[in-house]
Design a protein around this ligand. Structure first.
Ligand SMILES: N[C@@H](CCC(=O)N[C@@H](CS)C(=O)NCC(=O)O)C(=O)O
Length: 333
């Protein structure tokens, strides 16, 4: 690719469990990258500078292409940095890898896990944080509401632990695909469980611990050991401030191929149409507006302008909506 740090700039903050998926992937593969640390709440001027309204973390630039959502980030890292040591190797393994992604992210596991954030956490006493998360999630973050919802969320998460213990890990394997080392499939499966395990007060010991789910907890420990060893060997990420990150991105080349707009797409949209794109599940008030330049069964590509230059924003198809531009999409960052 020839650019510093492989042209990768990852926007994230360290306690984001979703960003960790990407950080872990990069460490386990030993891919060099740069990071641009973000505050955990809006505003995020580093992204406004690029005219990006998508508000979720992580975002990842590779060259002048910007990938919104960890699912498309991981997919593109697999494609753009071939010979991955983490990919599933057989079609059956691919199915498992994909279904684990869907299970955690698109079915309710992650949203249930985030309902277990303990009310004792200092952040939940910070009205700036709770107001921000209400905008993001569309649900109340009052301590009363969180407490009232907790039993149901706990029941859902306990059954998710049980699924791992009694199916994938039941035969005593070390990694989900019976490999010698953790793979992408392990990342796809472990991130919500590892996050809850590290979140003091999220999991009541009498219900969810290494007593009831010894295999799951041993797998989490093993994963963290493997990660520590990989991190020690991997290049240390360069840290960029927002200005430097924006400059690098705007001066880079596009790295991704032109997809074009599928003429048989059910939405019937034409290439070049002015549209708004936004996620449906969270952060839905934040619409990017630009020209539709790519649309396939699994990707949306939007051309936007920043500082007189074109940037291409890429989103997965699932969980995102495209509407005709209203002209009202204001930066909310
Ligand atoms: N499906 C998205 C989910 C991203 C997500 O939920 N990110 C959380 C952080 S873990 C977030 O953006 N929270 C609000 C914020 O930081 O603005 C992805 O895979 O990237």
């Amino acid at each position: 690719m020839g650019e510093p740090n492989n042209g990768i700039v990852l926007y994230h903050y360290s306690f984001s469990p979703v960003a960790r998926r990407v950080l872990w992937y990069l460490s386990l593969r030993g891919i060099d990258y740069a990071e641009c640390k973000q505050p955990p709440v809006l505003p995020r001027p580093d992204l406004s500078r690029l005219n990006i309204r998508y508000r979720r973390i992580p975002l990842c630039a590779i060259g002048r292409d910007i990938y919104c959502d960890s699912r498309i980030i991981l997919r593109k890292l697999e494609e753009l940095f071939p010979n991955s040591t983490l990919s599933a190797s057989t079609p059956d393994e691919k199915v498992i890898e994909k279904l684990l992604e869907v299970w955690n992210m698109e079915s309710s596991v992650f949203s249930r896990a985030s309902q277990l954030i303990p009310t004792s956490m200092p952040l939940l006493n910070d009205p700036k944080f709770t107001k921000d998360r209400e905008d993001y999630s569309g649900r109340s973050w009052s301590k009363e509401k969180i407490a009232a919802n907790r039993p149901e969320a706990l029941a859902a998460i306990r059954s998710a632990f049980s699924i791992l213990e009694t199916t994938f890990l039941a035969d005593g394997r070390e990694w989900l695909l019976k490999t010698d080392q953790p793979k992408l499939a392990d990342i796809e499966a472990i991130w919500t469980f590892d996050w809850l395990n590290g979140l003091k007060g999220a999991l009541p010991k009498e219900l969810i611990s290494d007593k009831q789910y010894p295999k799951v907890f041993a797998w989490i420990t093993r994963f963290n050991d493997a990660l520590k060893a990989a991190k020690a060997k991997a290049p240390k990420p360069a840290s960029l401030i927002g200005d430097a990150a924006a400059e690098q991105i705007l001066n880079a080349s596009f790295v991704d191929k032109d997809l074009g707009v599928d003429p048989s797409d059910p939405l019937g949209l034409q290439q070049g149409t002015e549209v708004e794109v936004f996620p449906i599940d969270s952060g839905s008030h934040h619409h990017d507006q630009g020209r539709l330049i790519g649309l396939t069964e699994d990707e949306i590509v939007l051309g936007i302008e920043a500082n007189g230059k074109e940037l291409r924003l890429h989103y997965p198809r699932t969980g995102f909506r495209i509407i005709a531009a209203t002209g009202k999409a204001q930066p909310k960052l």
